[in-house]
Design a protein around this ligand. Structure first.
Ligand SMILES: [Mn+2]
Length: 248
């Protein structure tokens, strides 16, 4: 089985920096090359910088990415999406129109004799009470309902403020690296309990492939600076970096 796992594309609906457009083009070229290449594509969270689909509307800026996913799907690849901390407010668009399977917390599969467990990772940071409170609050059905009543232009402007605060840009890198130590700990505990051979996460934006006692922890990295992704091909896990050669 050929599996690709990617996370933290943070595909923007509001481009704030010139490199946003460049990153977008790189992602789209990577996904174009992925058509027909995999049996399973796992989107491990924060693919969209903020997702919301209203009853009658979606965010048009995501159209090129959605088209790629559709092409990958139509070439026979199963696509799974696990919620991140930027994309969790899903309605019917992805499952109904693109045949993407949605998972809120994690996804597990056994392939070529290996138990693979994938989650975004934001639930497993440590000493980050502020974020965990925010996480529960923002997912309340009431908040989602309020959001659904707002005009999309207004809702997405508010959303861009929220997503900036959830990213916590100004955080000290030492504190952040300690918090993300929780991801490895979670991986180790799943492996120890025999729940997984490979535990794959995102969220940290740092690509990792780390051998643990009895298994492997991998982090997909991101598509802002690293353009990295994890593959499990025939049971072998690897971390890879997409080298963009421009227009195909
Ligand atoms: Mn994240």
């Amino acid at each position: 089985m050929r599996i690709c796992i990617i996370s933290d594309i943070h595909f923007k609906y509001k481009r704030n920096a010139p490199e946003d457009r460049e990153n977008e083009a790189i992602v789209l070229r990577f996904l174009e090359k992925a058509i027909g290449k995999y049996d399973l594509l796992i989107l491990a969270g924060d693919i969209f910088d903020l997702w919301f689909d209203w009853r009658y509307a979606i965010v048009k800026q995501y159209f090129p990415l959605l088209v790629r996913l559709d092409e990958i799907r139509r070439a026979g690849c199963r696509i799974v999406h696990i919620s991140g901390n930027h994309d969790f407010w899903f309605n019917d668009f992805l499952p109904e129109y693109l045949n993407v399977e949605l998972y809120d917390r994690s996804f597990s599969i056994k392939a070529d004799g290996k138990k693979i467990h994938v989650c975004h990772g934001d639930e497993h940071t440590v000493n980050d009470l502020r974020y965990q409170v925010y996480r529960s609050f923002i997912r309340l059905p009431f908040i989602r309902w309020i959001f659904s009543l707002l005009h999309p232009d207004l809702a997405l402007s508010i959303g861009s403020l929220l997503s900036r605060s959830s990213r916590g840009r100004k955080k000290d890198p030492n504190i952040r690296s300690k918090q993300q130590g929780g991801l490895v700990k979670h991986a180790q505990s799943l492996i120890k309990r025999g729940k997984a051979d490979y535990v794959i996460m995102g969220h940290s934006h740092h690509p990792v492939l780390k051998k643990l006692d009895g298994g492997v922890y991998a982090n997909c990295g991101d598509w802002i600076t690293h353009h990295s992704f994890v593959e499990v091909i025939g049971g072998e896990i690897s971390i890879n970096y997409y080298i963009d050669k421009g227009v195909i």
